[in-house]
Ligand binder design. Structure first.
Ligand code: CA
Length: 388
C-alpha cells in the first residue's frame, strides 16, 4: 500500500507540472521538490515495430546477449540460465556450446555477456561474463576462452576479473567492450548504492582493463591503488549497455531508479552521480537530487522518464537504414521498445521509438546492416529488422 501511495504522489505531481512547457532540467537547473524529473522525457511518438520488415528466426530462453562472430557465418547467443547457443546464419541451425562455466542463476544473475576477442578470426578468443556462487554471495566475473565454432565448444576457460563478492542477486551489469588493447567492463552497484562512490570497490563503475583482466595502464585513479586502479568512470547504477560511436567515443546506457534511465558519454575520470544525483526517484518514492549544472557530476546526455529500462545498447554503423548512421539503438525491457537516439558529438537526442510488444533484452547490428533484437524471458524471439 505504501508503495502504491508513493506512485500516486509522483503521478499527481507529474500531472500538475506537465503543463509548464519547456524547462529541460539538465540545462536550466530547475528541479521540483520531489527530486525527480517532473516532465515526461523525451516526448517522442511511439511507432510500431511492424513498420519494419520483421523476420522471426528462432527463440531462446532468457536470452541475454548476442554477438555476430567475425569471419564466420555464426551468431553467438547467451541464455541467462547458463548456456551459450551458436546459430548458423546460413542454415538456421542452432547448437548448444559445450564447456561453458557453471552459473549462479537467480534474480538477475546467470550467464551474461559474450563478445569476440580482437583477433577472433585467427585465435577464436571470446570473453564471457557470468555470475557464480561464492561463499560470501553471488559474484560477477569475466572470463576468457577459445571458441571452436565447428565443434561448438569452449576450451581453456579462465576467470580474469571478479566483482567484489557481495550477497544479493541484482545489478551485476557485466557488459563488455573491447577498444584497441583495452577491455571495458560495466559493473553495477549490486543494489548497494554507496559502492558507486567508493573508489576502493569495483562496483557502480566502468572499468578499463587490459585484455588479460588487469588494471589498464594510465587509469585516472591508479595512484590510489587497490580497486581504484581498475576504474575509468564511477557513479553508475546498473549500466547494461556499452558501445563505441564512429568517432571512437564510448557510450553507456544505464538503468536508473524510477524515471532516471540514462545514456551517458563516457569520459575518463568522470563521476556520473549515482546515488547522489539522478533524474529519477527511488522506487519507494523518496527523492534524489536532480542532475544539475555545477553539482560536480556529469549529467546524462539523454534520460528517460518514465523509465524504459534499457537492457542493451548498440551504435549503428551500417548503411541499410538511411539516416541511422551513428545512432544509438536501445532495447527497452519495461518499455518494450526499440529506441533510436541521434548522437552529435557529445550530445544525444531521442528521435524515434517503436513498440516491440515484448521486453527487448538485446540489440545488435548484423554485418549486412540489419538490426537484430532478442526478446527477454522464456521463448524470447530472435527478430531481424530491415527497412520495409
Ligand atoms: Ca547519472
Amino acid at each position: 500500500m505504501r508503495r502504491l501511495l508513493a506512485i500516486a504522489a509522483v503521478t499527481s505531481l507529474s500531472l500538475s507540472v506537465t503543463a509548464c512547457a519547456g524547462a529541460n532540467p539538465l540545462s536550466s537547473g530547475t528541479s521540483d521538490s520531489s527530486g525527480g524529473s517532473s516532465q515526461a522525457h523525451p516526448q517522442v511518438p511511439v511507432g510500431s515495430i511492424d513498420q519494419f520488415r520483421v523476420t522471426e528466426h528462432a527463440s531462446f530462453d532468457e536470452g541475454w546477449a548476442m554477438s555476430f562472430l567475425p569471419g564466420t557465418d555464426h551468431l553467438l547467443i547467451s541464455e541467462r540460465g547458463g548456456s551459450l547457443q551458436l546459430r548458423d546464419q546460413g542454415s538456421g541451425e542452432v547448437v548448444e556450446v559445450g564447456g561453458v562455466p557453471e552459473v549462479h542463476h537467480a534474480g538477475q544473475a546467470g550467464m551474461h555477456d559474450v563478445i569476440p576477442g580482437p583477433d577472433f578470426e585467427t585465435d577464436g578468443t571470446v570473453y564471457l561474463s557470468w555470475v557464480r556462487d561464492h561463499e560470501l554471495g553471488a559474484q560477477g566475473v569475466v572470463g576468457r576462452a577459445t571458441l571452436d565454432v565447428d565443434k561448438a565448444s569452449l576450451s581453456g576457460l579462465e576467470v580474469i576479473w571478479e566483482q567484489d563478492p557481495t550477497s544479493g542477486d541484482g545489478h551485476f551489469s557485466l557488459r563488455m567492450l573491447i577498444q584497441e588493447e583495452n577491455l571495458f567492463v560495466t559493473s553495477g552497484d549490486r543494489q548497494k548504492f554507496d559502492p558507486a562512490q567508493d573508489r576502493q570497490t569495483n562496483l557502480g563503475a566502468v572499468l578499463r582493463l587490459t585484455l588479460d583482466g588487469d588494471p589498464a595502464p594510465g587509469n585516472p585513479w591508479a595512484d590510489e591503488g587497490g580497486k581504484a586502479a581498475e576504474l575509468w568512470t564511477i557513479g553508475h547504477r546498473n549500466p547494461l549497455g556499452i558501445a563505441e560511436d564512429k568517432a571512437g567515443n564510448l557510450w553507456v546506457s544505464e538503468m536508473g531508479p524510477r524515471g532516471g534511465d540514462e545514456l551517458n558519454l563516457l569520459v575518463e575520470g568522470e563521476n556520473y552521480g549515482w546515488p547522489d544525483a539522478s533524474m529519477g526517484v527511488h522506487y519507494d518514492g523518496s527523492p534524489i537530487p536532480d542532475h544539475t549544472p555545477g553539482d560536480g557530476f556529469r549529467a546524462p546526455a539523454e534520460y528517460w522518464a518514465p523509465s524504459i529500462s534499457p537492457g542493451s545498447l548498440a551504435i549503428y554503423r551500417g548503411g541499410l537504414f538511411p539516416g541511422w548512421e551513428n545512432s544509438a539503438l536501445l532495447g527497452g525491457l519495461s518499455g518494450q521498445r526499440l529506441v533510436r537516439v541521434q548522437i552529435d558529438g557529445g550530445e544525444a537526442q531521442t528521435v524515434e521509438q517503436w513498440d516491440a510488444g515484448e521486453r527487448v533484452r538485446a540489440v545488435a547490428e548484423a554485418p549486412d546492416g540489419a538490426v537484430w533484437i532478442l526478446e527477454d524471458g522464456d521463448g524470447g524471439r530472435l527478430l531481424e529488422l530491415r527497412p520495409a
